[in-house]
Design a protein around this ligand. Structure first.
Ligand code: NDP
Length: 391
């Protein structure tokens, strides 16, 4: 018997609920809690009443703790926003249950994400005899597992990694983000950063690009961004000389983003509006389509993976390890678009690894610290098959 508590009934959380329901032998009881009860009710209806639901403000750690006490889950899957990571981790710690998320903590008032805040829980989780699995989405998540697999099975030495993320889909809206708009825009508008020869190199936002030939999609211009998995991979991939993260954007997306930035709509500091304080980015989020609403009629594919270069048996080697995911296929299966699907499926698989006892530990772990093989096997079974191309 494994009861889980999923927090967050948004685009990716909905996929986690539906994929967990497909593996009832592992996830015997599912409780979903989120800020807006209506979204939980919709998912309960869609699942034929097979889940229990609650309204929850996960910023309130005591409320999360009380719900954990009531539901008695073995694991809490955090599919809310990065802002809630620490309040949920605190509640898990107090209650003595495992924790999993897909994005690292960032404070609301500063567009800065890093693992330090969560890594600081290492001793406390260890003392309590529980584990936290950080970054079990696609990137971070599957991309980290690809790197761990390459380190274990494909290379003797890894020197260069380029994580490459392409969404070549079209949702038909003039401007929309594929995951939470606030988190997405904060990520893209901050400076780019990559690791080279033992140090971080910072560059202005979106100032470096290159064309990458994405499998299943073709050549696309991709921009260098800072992404959280770089911070853990430089620790866990031995001998790495350079690691960078690249993401594609359509011209249309970039045009809208530039205008929104120029007029101040992406600001995260409070401004006075008609006697009230508002945060422009939060106001913008309220105008944009919800990522969970984009799936219908979404055409095209995502192609995401890692270009890895190193040495095997004394010979230089370069590969692209990747997954291609089709928006329309995802919609057919779970009524979501591929970005939420590629996040939700690995969260379900990470949870499965913990509940089956395949991945065990006490403390706080990044996903690449565990044996990648069982996770890679489950990706093939649950809708995210992976491939390797020699370059
Ligand atoms: P959504 O905005 O669609 O969903 C977020 C959900 O969390 C919403 O239902 C929201 O409630 C709920 N929520 C927000 N604040 C609270 C709170 N205080 N208490 C309870 N519930 C709350 O975002 P996504 O589903 O697209 O993204 C979810 C997470 O997945 C994010 O952390 C994102 O960064 C991460 N992600 C990770 C990826 C990866 O590959 N690793 C890729 C894409 C996303 P409400 O409906 O009331 O707003």
């Amino acid at each position: 018997m494994s009861t889980i508590l999923i927090i967050g009934a948004g685009a990716a959380g909905s996929v986690v609920v539906k994929k967990c329901l497909m593996v009832p032998e592992v996830f015997t009881k599912i409780h979903l809690a989120s800020r807006t009860l209506k979204k939980c009710e919709k998912l309960k209806e869609e699942s034929g009443g097979k889940i229990d639901i609650s309204q929850l403000d996960a910023d309130d750690s005591e409320a999360v703790f009380k719900l954990i006490q009531k539901v008695k889950p073995k694991l809490v899957i955090n599919m809310a926003l990065p802002y809630q990571d620490l309040s949920i981790m605190d509640a898990c710690l107090k209650a003595g249950v495992h924790y999993l998320d897909t994005a690292n903590y960032e404070p609301k008032d500063e567009a800065k994400f890093c693992y330090k805040w969560q890594w600081d829980y290492q001793d406390k989780f260890k003392e309590k005899g529980i584990m936290a699995l950080l970054g079990s989405g696609f990137d971070p998540g599957v991309t980290n597992v690809f790197c761990a697999y390459a380190q274990k099975e494909l290379f003797d030495e890894i020197h260069y990694i380029d994580i490459a993320d392409c969404n070549a889909g079209d949702h038909g809206h003039p401007f929309a983000t594929n995951f939470n708009p606030e988190i997405n825009i904060r990520e893209i508008t901050q400076n780019g950063k990559y690791w080279k020869n033992g140090q971080w190199i910072e560059i202005p936002a979106m100032s470096e690009s290159q064309e990458i030939d994405f499998p299943g999609v073709g050549p696309k211009k991709a921009y260098l961004l800072y992404h959280e998995e770089l911070e853990s991979l430089i620790k866990n991939i031995k001998g790495i000389k350079q690691i960078r993260f690249w993401m594609t954007f359509s011209e249309n997306y970039l045009k809208h983003l530039e205008v929104l930035q120029n007029v101040g709509m992406t600001r995260i500091d409070p401004v006075q509006f008609e006697g009230k304080e508002i945060i422009p980015l939060q106001f913008l989020k309220s105008l944009l389509p919800e990522p969970s609403s984009l799936g219908h009629n979404y055409q095209g594919k995502t192609s995401i993976g890692c270009i890895i270069e190193g040495v095997k048996d004394g010979t230089p080697k370069k590969i692209f390890i990747y997954n291609i995911c089709d928006h329309a296929e995802c919609y057919k299966e779970v009524q979501s678009q591929a970005v939420s699907y590629t996040t939700g499926v690995p969260a379900m698989i990470g949870a499965m690894m913990i509940l089956k006892g395949i991945w065990q530990g006490e403390g706080v772990f990044n996903i690449e610290q565990f044996d990648p093989q069982p996770f890679m096997d489950e990706l093939n079974k649950h809708g995210l098959p992976w491939h390797i191309k020699k370059i």
